[in-house]
Every structure is written in structure tokens, then in C-alpha cells.
Ligand binder design. Sequence first.
Ligand SMILES: Cc1ncc(COP(=O)(O)O)c(C=O)c1O
Length: 366
Amino acid sequence: MEIQSPDIAELEEKYVLDVLRNKMSGPNKWYYNEQFEKEFAEYHNRKYGLLTPNCTSALWLVLDALGIKNSDEVIVPELTWIATAVGASKLGATIKFADINPKTLCIDTKSIERLITPKTKAIIAVGVYGNMPEMDLLENLCHNYNMTLVEDAAESIGSTYYGKKSGSFGIASCFSFHRTKTLTMGEGGMLLLDDNKLYKRCKFLRDLGRDEQFMYWNREITPKFMVPALTAALGYAQFQRLEELLNKKRQIYEWYIKELHGMSNISLNPIQKNHTNGYWSTILILDKQNTINSSILIQEAIKKEVPIRPFFYPLSSLPAFNQSWFYKKRNPIAYKITKRGVCLPSSLTLKYEDIHVICDVIKDIL
Ligand SMILES: Cc1ncc(COP(=O)(O)O)c(C=O)c1O
């Protein structure tokens, strides 16, 4: 059993084969890239889309285009994958870690306020495990302090906040189409934007700083974050099936709810009024009265061949940042919840019988 595996159908094979047979070169060589960028942006009510090799590079690209540099500070939540902080850090900015709101598991607006200094340039808000941060409060905060809001929607495709889709907040949103995500390209990502100048700058930075008109005339030294047509075709086919994939994710979550019904010492993904969750991953949080923590639950489940994974560690506690001495007391929610939270198997290929077996194992251990 895999913790997160994709659902690939005939349409994906058809589009990938179409590239291999007809679109490796010639006038249609970017057909799937361009269609995917255009339609994915429209779906999120954004003006522009740019495919990238992954979400990590999409974040890097937009922060570079925004001019983030070494005298700046960027605020990120403690509970996220390190990729959220990589671009800003590699551009030289100082990363500040905000605590999470226990109701959403996402960045806590109040915790952000005490981190803001005149050097703070941006906040990266993450829809962790498909939950949504308080986007309206974050937008107000950014407006009041002249900061830029960037959305890391790697895990929140299909989630909404007061009816607005994740991926349509802030100046830019970044998606992941990694092999483990709801919509997959194996490796892939997308940057969505509304501002034409910023879009052009990102496009320029994405491909070696080329001049638009003069061939082989590079105006700046930039990286290359281009995406091959083959994987773009895979992503575009998955996008045609997005509602089906999201329905399956929701179904998996509902099966867990049904099977774990009546257990009073646990909770699953927190549900907020006026939010919907795309349920990329069903999560389980052990209440305080449990005698076991998440590591024991994981170890015992793995012995029974159920691949349960831990929550992310607080970013400030990772050797890469090594700042728990400073943040542990300041960000108590994130530091405590990681010891009680796990991600349950959420592969798109799971059947009801699989969830039944997984839940029996969990009940046995608890
Ligand atoms: C919250 C978050 N941000 C960013 C990323 C990075 O995505 P990618 O692997 O596509 O670079 C991930 C991927 O797991 C993620 O979960």
C-alpha cells in the first residue's frame, strides 16, 4: 500500500502519446503547456499561468521577480514542507516562523503580527493538508503593513475559502503537481498571477533571461525552470479529470469518517465553517488524553504494513534552520501538534475495503 499514489487513466496515455507521435517539435510543440497554463489560470480566476518544474521553483521564481533579497525578511508558517521557505532563503532573505492556528493548522494571523519589522516584505501562506488559512485577515494584514501575500497552494488544490478557490489569493499562487499530489505530472508545478508586469518578469526569469525578439541574446543570468511537453500533456489530462480526482479524495476522507466514527480520542481534518477542503491528505490528530503519541502510532502501523506518516516537523526545529532555541516557546501550537498528528494513506487508488483494514489497525493500536 502506498501513502499517496496517483490515478492515471486512458486520457493521460492519449495526450502523452500525442506528444510523442505528433508534438515533439513543430508549431504545436507547446500545445499542452499553453492550454494547461491558460485553462488552469481561468479555472482559478487568475489571468496568467506559468508551468514550472515543481512548486519549489514556482515559489523561488515569483519571489525573485518580486525582488526579494538579502536585507529582507519573509514570514512562513512553522507547519509546512521546507520547500515553502527555500526560495526566499536562497535569495538571501531571513526566514521568520509564525505559529499555527489550531483550528486550521495554517499560519496564525496573530502570531504573524509580532514578527513584522520594517524589513518584512512577504508572507507565504500555506493551505496545509488542504486546510485554508484566514485569507481575508492575511490580505488585510499585508495591506496594512505593505507586505506581499504569496499563496503556497501545493496541498490545497480544490479547497475554497468563503467560496473562493485556493490559488486565487494574494499576488501569486504556487501549486505542486508532484507524484504524491492530487493532480500529478510526476514532478511539476504552476505559478498563477494577475499582474502583467510580474508575469512577464517571471516568464523572463524562467528561461535564461532571453530577449523576446533577439535569438541567443540573454539580458540577465537566470535559472531555467522550463517544463517538457510530455509532462505538460500528463498534467493537462489530469486537469481535465480534476473534479473526478477531488471527488475521490473527498470520498476517502468520508470513508475514514465512517470507519473511525465513535472514537472520542481522535479528530480528523478540522472543518471550518465557510471553508471546503480538497482533502489532499486525510490527517488524524490524537487528542491529549491518548497515552501514545504519533511516533508510536506510526511505528505500530508500519509493523502491520499500514504506511502512516508523521506531520511535518516545525521548520525552525530542522537542522536546516536550527532555531528551536528561539521559536519553541514562541510557537507552542506547532511544536505540540507535530507530536500528535499523522497523515493517513490517501492514495487515489484506495478502495473502501483498504480504508476498513487501515482503520481496524488504527483502532487496535489505540
Ligand atoms: C506545502 C508545500 N509547499 C511546497 C511543496 C513543494 O512542492 P514540489 O515538490 O512540487 O516542489 C510541497 C510539496 O510537497 C508542499 O507540500
